[in-house]
Design a protein around this ligand. Structure first.
Ligand SMILES: *Cc1c(COP(=O)(O)O)cnc(C)c1O
Length: 367
C-alpha cells in the first residue's frame, strides 16, 4: 500500500536523534514546561522573526486560547473559511462567538478577501484565514481589510509550517498565528501539540496565563484558564524535526513539481496551482476532477491510498444548522468539496512509488 503520509518512514529517518533527545528528557526528570519547551519556543520565534512563541497542547487550543486572550466571545463574530478542517470554526464556537463564513478562491482554495469584506458587521472582531493544504492565503488583502475595519488577523497555520507569502514566513503575517504539531502535519510530533506565534507581548502574556490555569504565580490565579501545555517529550521530538523541516518541505515541493510535470496534460485532472507571491509546502496534494469517485477507486484498487479534504463544507455541517446556511451559499467551497481528492504526498515518497501513482492517473485520464 502506498499511503497518503508515511509517519513510520519519517520517524525511522530521525529515530536515533529522537531517542537521544528523549533520553535527555527522561534523565532530566523535568517533564512539563522544562528547557526543551523553552528552546522550541525560542527557536520557532527566531525562525519566524516574531518576539513570542507559546507552546500549547494542540492546534485547536492554540486557536481557542488566542481568541479568548483577545476577549472574543459571546456576541462577537469571527470570519473564516467554510473550506477547512472543523477546528478552525469550532474554536470560534468554543469561546462563544459566531463563525461567519466567506467563500474561497477557486485557484488557491483560500478565503477570498472580496468575500470577507461583504461579511463584516459591527460585531466582527477578527478574521481567521487558513493556509489551506500548505498554501498561504492572500495576506496583503486580508491585512488591508483588517486594518480598515480594526479587526484582528489570526492565521490558522496548522497546515503550513515553513510556507511563505512574499518571502515572509506564515506565522508572522497577521497579528498572531496558530500551528498544530499533530503527527500528520508537515511539522508534527508523536502525539498532540501546537504553538502560537505573535509580536504582541501583552497578548502572549495573557495566553501564557491561560495555558496554565490563569496563573500569575504558582497557586495564585486571576482568571479561569486551561491546562494546555506542550509536553517536554514532544518539544524534544519537535526540536529534531525542526532541523529537518526545510529539507522535508523542499522534498514535498520537488514531488509536487513532478506530479505536475507528468499530469498537467491529463484532461480529466486539474493540478493544484500556486498563487502569486506564495511558497506552497504541500501539506496535502489535492487534485480536482469531475470523476473523483472513479479515479479514487482506480487508485485504491492499485493499493494507493487517497482521501477527500473536505467532503462537507463547514456551513453545511449538522452542528451549524442553527446558523441557517444552505447549499449554494458558498458555491466555490462546495464545488471543491465535491471534486477535490488527495494523492500521496510526503517527504519519504519514492520516485518509484510516485511513478506508479502517475501511471494509474494517466490511464484513467486517457480513458
Ligand atoms: C489540524 C488542524 C487544526 C487543529 O489542530 P489540532 O492540533 O489537531 O488540534 C486546526 N486547523 C487546521 C486547518 C488544521 O488542519
Amino acid at each position: 500500500m502506498i499511503n497518503l503520509v508515511d509517519l513510520r518512514r519519517q520517524f525511522q529517518s530521525v529515530k536515533k536523534e529522537i531517542l537521544q533527545e528523549m533520553n535527555d528528557v527522561i534523565e532530566s526528570g523535568q517533564y512539563i514546561m522544562g528547557p526543551k519547551v523553552m528552546e522550541l519556543e525560542m527557536k520557532i520565534a527566531k525562525r519566524l522573526g516574531v518576539s513570542e512563541a507559546i507552546a500549547v497542547a494542540n492546534g485547536t487550543d492554540a486557536l481557542v486560547l488566542t481568541l479568548e486572550a483577545y476577549g472574543i466571545g459571546k456576541g462577537d463574530e469571527v470570519i473564516t473559511t467554510p473550506f477547512t478542517f472543523f477546528a478552525s470554526a469550532e474554536a470560534i464556537s468554543r469561546v462563544g462567538a459566531v463563525p461567519v463564513f466567506a467563500d474561497v478562491d477557486p485557484i488557491t482554495f483560500n478565503i477570498n478577501p472580496n468575500e470577507i469584506e461583504r461579511k463584516i458587521t459591527p460585531a466582527t472582531k477578527a478574521i481567521i484565514p487558513v493556509h489551506i493544504f500548505g498554501q498561504p492565503a492572500d495576506m496583503d488583502d486580508i491585512n488591508e481589510i483588517a486594518k480598515k475595519y480594526e479587526l484582528k488577523v489570526i492565521e490558522d497555520a496548522c497546515q503550513a509550517f515553513g510556507a511563505s507569502f512574499k518571502d515572509q514566513p506564515v506565522g508572522s503575517l497577521g497579528d498572531v498565528a496558530c500551528f498544530s504539531f499533530f503527527p500528520t502535519k508537515n511539522l508534527g510530533t508523536m502525539g498532540d501539540g501546537g504553538i502560537i506565534t505573535t509580536c504582541d507581548s501583552a497578548l502572549a502574556t495573557t495566553i501564557r496565563k491561560l495555558r496554565t490555569h490563569g496563573t500569575t504565580k504558582k497557586y495564585f490565579h486571576d482568571r479561569i484558564g486551561y491546562n494546555s501545555r506542550l509536553d517536554e517529550l514532544h518539544a524534544a521530538i519537535l526540536l529534531v524535526n525542526l532541523t529537518k523541516i526545510d529539507d522535508w518541505n523542499s522534498k514535498r515541493r520537488v514531488l509536487a513539481e513532478r506530479y505536475r510535470k507528468y499530469l498537467n496534460h491529463v484532461t480529466h485532472l486539474k493540478m493544484p496551482v500556486e498563487g502569486k507571491y506564495r511558497t506552497h509546502i504541500y501539506h496535502l496534494f489535492c487534485i480536482e476532477s469531475e470523476q473523483r469517485e472513479e479515479i479514487m477507486n482506480a487508485l485504491i484498487n492499485a493499493q494507493i491510498q487517497t482521501g477527500v479534504y473536505y467532503p462537507r463544507c463547514l456551513h453545511l455541517q449538522d452542528v451549524y444548522s442553527f446558523l441557517q446556511y444552505k447549499k449554494g451559499d458558498f458555491p466555490v467551497a462546495e464545488y471543491l468539496s465535491e471534486r477535490l481528492f488527495a494523492i500521496p504526498m510526503h517527504p519519504f515518497l519514492t520516485e518509484g512509488e510516485q511513478d506508479k501513482i502517475i501511471s494509474i492517473l494517466r490511464q484513467d485520464g486517457g480513458r
